[in-house]
Design a binder for this molecule. Sequence first.
Ligand SMILES: C[S@@+](CC[C@H](N)C(=O)[O-])C[C@H]1O[C@@H](n2cnc3c(N)ncnc32)[C@H](O)[C@@H]1O
Length: 225
Amino acid sequence: MFFLKIKYFFHFYKSKLLKKKSKKIYKDKKLKFENNLSNKKFSNRWFLNNFELFNFFLPKNKNKNFNYLEVGCFEGLSSFYILSEYKNVNAFLLDIWSTPKNSELSQINFELIESNFDKNLFEFNFVKMKGDSVSSMKKLYNQKKCFDFIYIDGSHNGEDILSDAIEAFKILKDDGLIFFDDFLQHDENRNIQSYQGIEKFLSLYSDYLKIEYFQNNLVVRKKTN
Ligand SMILES: C[S@@+](CC[C@H](N)C(=O)[O-])C[C@H]1O[C@@H](n2cnc3c(N)ncnc32)[C@H](O)[C@@H]1O
């Protein structure tokens, strides 16, 4: 990980400033959002760690009609934010909703998590896809769907992140963004770390993407042809 940070030092340093800036801009908005969650069923609030940065990269025009894909929704906290904030979004929300082995999530009852997802988002229109991320994205590719913004927050194993990134890139529009969650964390239970998968992705696709943000999250933009 140390060498990766050195290799991308310029992006790493620049992103630190951007993080600080986004925290300042979206501080009040985050508080307001948190206050709206009391009657919802969210047992985890991981998304709040990304809230400010997420907003920094999302469209500024709240009426914008754009295609959003989320890989790994859990109880739908980030999905809930997108759907309540953007009335004209076409959202595709996918998750496997089944208990994984050898993961920090292996103690969780995913039947309950999926049912909470359904309850939390009952009032919105969106496409729910239940299944493995790679096969679901292959389906979307075959249906010729493409997206302006893809949030990858599914499996954090390096090999899964790499395959998610490759599939997501195929269905990303030119100038579209992929936002990766938490990729700099080291976990002894993983054979291949998230950042190793991301490193491979960045070197394979370096001619086709621009790094917009590089800290514990990575944001890349697909270059226009
Ligand atoms: C950290 S949680 C997502 C949190 C969510 N974005 C939020 O805002 O609360 C990760 C999710 O990824 C899902 N996941 C893990 N591996 C997956 C796979 N191969 N395909 C689809 N979803 C997967 C898990 O079921 C879990 O719900």
